[in-house]
Design a protein around this ligand. Structure first.
Ligand SMILES: [Zn+2]
Length: 550
């Protein structure tokens, strides 16, 4: 098994399947070819294949394989095979995908952080792009599938196993979002009881060589805020109001605040960050900008899109009123010094709209004419996304601007929507019908690791970087329409199959081999963990939950 895993890993790493490239197709075919050679899949060719991701700009595919056993208990094994780019390997770039001595020699010549140097000298690690994040996890599952396929063919497999390999995890999770539909169809067709999904992402190492088990994943949403002011010549600036005064207040009230922080058993979600903030003037002139926008990433454990929208609208209203008040206070002072100022007061009625509200308003006013306009605008933005000309946030900004131009509202306003991607938060302990199962799994895995390998285990409720685990089920109910209706690019190029997601409702854990420094040139994988511990502990858990429910 060890030699098989090593050779498979080396061959798999050699495919430079950088996220959002066509090389991801080759990695999918590598997995498919492996299963094609197994006698079980020659006997049941309908149990494996490549699922084409609909409307994917790179024509990427999701390889899947299904082993049918003697009960409805089912374990899902999932992993991504895309990797991040390799610029940071410097001179060693040409070797980044060649696991082995030549790459290690090249890396050794560099100035290394002390811990990496120590690990290099120990000889206990494999090096290279994608070894730990996360081709190792995928390969461990493939090797285990080969063994279980023999049992399935002999009619002795106690339950079912579904394997899913996914592209695009490092970008927008197109692979796992398509995987949700594949899994849901399998579930319904074969009447599967989905006990558990294991994500083979690497397990981080805590103090004293402890391994960290993760039983959930943080949620992430990307609200986009567009503010329209009233433009004016800066020589007569009290004829207008700058959108920047409203938008920057919103930025300060969120970027420097714990409003969106959720906490859970000693863990807390990171406060939001604005990823950009800018006015929309195309060139230089002496006018106050007409519009400005920004988008922020909001991380959470429990907040739902409708709650986040409501909170942002409240903050927008407050910012609007404060900006107008501040402008008026300044104007009243200025008036005392400048006799040409004839206005009594500076005042603008606050107007804050979600995209859903604006769309409904325009539909009500213009009916079919608006529908036709919006359909055209959306399909134009979609084709720009598909051609790579616009990313999702920029396409969302474009559509928001199109909507405001069409609406032609002659007063300042704030418009709030969402841009992809969206990752719902998930915590196996909270999964309806499986409450507390994360802690139960922790106890079992901790016992096994201690007995078999003398390795300690620590637990983390939420993976702090987003992950594909977000698409294993919904651990709390929310109005999914509140997301889709406020996401103008929702549809052809980006969607989440919420119905299937609720149908899956699987607890999930991350149980891949131990690795260090994901996304860095010092990315490395602990040999003992990938060749011995990860296969053994995964087999232990798969054996258990393909025989009984969790
Ligand atoms: Zn990963």
């Amino acid at each position: 098994m060890q030699e098989k895993i090593r050779q498979l890993l080396k061959d798999f790493v050699a495919i430079p399947s950088i996220s959002c490239t066509r090389e991801e197709i080759k990695a999918a075919e590598f997995v498919q070819d492996y299963f094609a050679d197994l006698p079980y899949f020659r006997e049941y060719p309908e149990h494996f294949g490549l699922y084409n991701i609909p409307d994917d700009p790179y024509d990427r595919k999701v390889p899947y394989a299904f082993l049918k056993g003697n009960s409805d208990n089912t374990v899902v094994l999932m992993g991504h095979f895309d990797v991040v780019s390799v610029e940071d390997y410097g001179e060693a770039i040409p070797l980044a995908f060649s696991m082995g001595k030549e790459l290690e020699d090249a890396l050794s010549k560099k100035i290394m952080p002390p811990e990496a140097r120590k690990d290099m000298e120990s000889g206990e690690f494999e090096w290279g792009r994608g070894v730990m994040d996360m081709k190792a996890g995928v390969v461990v599952f493939m090797a285990l599938m080969e063994d279980y396929a023999k049992q399935a063919q002999a009619g002795t497999l106690p339950g079912n196993i579904v394997f899913l390999g996914v592209p695009d995890e490092e970008s927008y999770s197109a692979g796992m979002r398509a995987g949700v539909t594949v899994l849901s169809e399998f579930k319904d067709r074969y009447g599967l009881r989905l006990n558990l999904m294991i994500d083979g992402e690497p397990c981080p190492e805590a103090k004293d060589g402890e391994m960290i088990l993760t039983i959930g994943s943080i949620g992430k949403i990307l609200p986009v805020v567009m503010v329209q002011g009233v433009t004016a010549h800066s020589g007569n600036r009290f004829n207008g109001i700058t959108p920047l005064s409203i938008l920057t207040r919103m930025e300060q009230k969120t970027d420097e605040s714990l409003i969106f922080m959720n906490s859970y058993k000693g863990d807390a979600s990171m406060p939001p960050s604005w990823l950009n903030l800018r006015d929309m003037k195309r060139g230089y002139d002496v006018s106050i900008p007409f519009r400005a926008y920004g988008y922020l990433t909001v991380l959470s454990f429990t907040d739902t899109p409708d709650q986040i929208m409501a909170e942002l609208k409240r903050i927008a209203n407050e910012s609007f009123e404060e900006a107008v008040d501040a402008l008026d206070r300044m104007y009243q002072q200025f008036k005392k010094a400048n006799v040409y100022q004839l206005k009594d007061k500076m005042y603008y009625e606050p107007l804050v709209l979600s995209i859903d509200e604006l769309v409904e308003k325009l539909k009500g006013e213009k009916g079919a004419e608006f529908d036709a306009f919006y359909e055209r605008a959306r399909s134009k933005a979609e084709s720009k996304v598909l051609s790579g000309e616009l990313n999702y946030p920029d396409a969302t900004v474009t559509l928001m601007e199109d909507l405001l131009n069409y609406a032609d509202i002659k007063q300042p306003l704030v418009l709030i929507g969402f841009a992809p991607p969206y990752y719902p938060a998930i915590n196996s302990d909270l999964m309806p019908g499986h409450e507390g199962c994360g802690e139960k799994l922790f106890e079992e895995i901790a016992g096994f690791m201690k007995d078999q390998f003398g390795r300690g285990l620590a637990m983390q409720y939420y993976s702090p970087g987003v992950s594909d685990m977000s698409y294993s089920g919904l651990d709390h109910e929310f109005d999914t329409g509140a997301y889709s209706k406020n996401t103008p690019i929702w549809g052809k190029t980006y969607s989440i199959d919420f119905k299937s997601l609720a149908n899956l409702n699987m607890p999930c854990i991350i149980l891949g081999p131990i690795g260090k420094d994901a996304h860095q040139w010092t990315e490395r994988l602990l040999k003992k963990s990938v060749y011995e511990e990860a296969p053994a502990v995964n087999k232990f858990i798969i054996d258990k939950y393909m025989a009984e429910s969790l």
